[in-house]
Write a protein that binds this ligand. Structure first.
Ligand code: HEC
Length: 111
């Protein structure tokens, strides 16, 4: 009986964890990247120049964490990126990360 309860609690906990983490929509992320981020990071996250980090193919959770840290402004400080991240919702961040993490930097690399 206690095993059954443990299994139910575990399943409920996992379902809750899934709900807490917004699922990213890569098509929406692509639109946002092309509108806002492309000037510096390139339309595919390939980077528009040597001063801007490549985002293409970075792990999804890494991109989400980086954006949340800029947004928080404590764990990661950069004047440009704190401004960029300030207006992003958790859903925007999930969408951006879903798109950028699936891009192949090798296809577009110029730098
Ligand atoms: C005006 C130029 C500019 C724009 C526009 C811009 N960024 Fe950045 N981004 C930078 C710079 C410069 C850095 C490096 C900052 C640092 O040293 O922390 C950076 C860093 C990052 C990083 C961390 C990369 C790493 O390897 O840790 C992420 C993620 C990121 N940007 C995402 C975005 C997203 C998503 C957008 C669009 C919403 C965006 N940026 C728009 C200039 C820009």
């Amino acid at each position: 009986m206690s095993r059954l309860i443990a299994a139910v609690l575990l399943t409920a906990g996992l379902a809750g964890a899934n709900l807490a983490q917004a699922a990213g929509n890569p098509a929406k992320g692509e639109e946002k990247v092309k509108q806002v981020c492309a000037a510096c990071h390139g339309a595919h996250g390939e980077s528009a120049g040597p001063d801007f980090p490549k985002l293409a193919g970075q792990p999804e959770d890494y991109l989400q964490t980086a954006l949340k840290h800029y947004k928080g402004g404590v764990r990661r400080k950069n004047a440009i990126m704190m401004g960029m991240a300030a207006g992003l919702s958790d859903q925007d961040i999930a969408d951006l990360a879903a798109y950028l993490s699936t891009q192949d930097a090798g296809l577009y690399t110029k730098y």
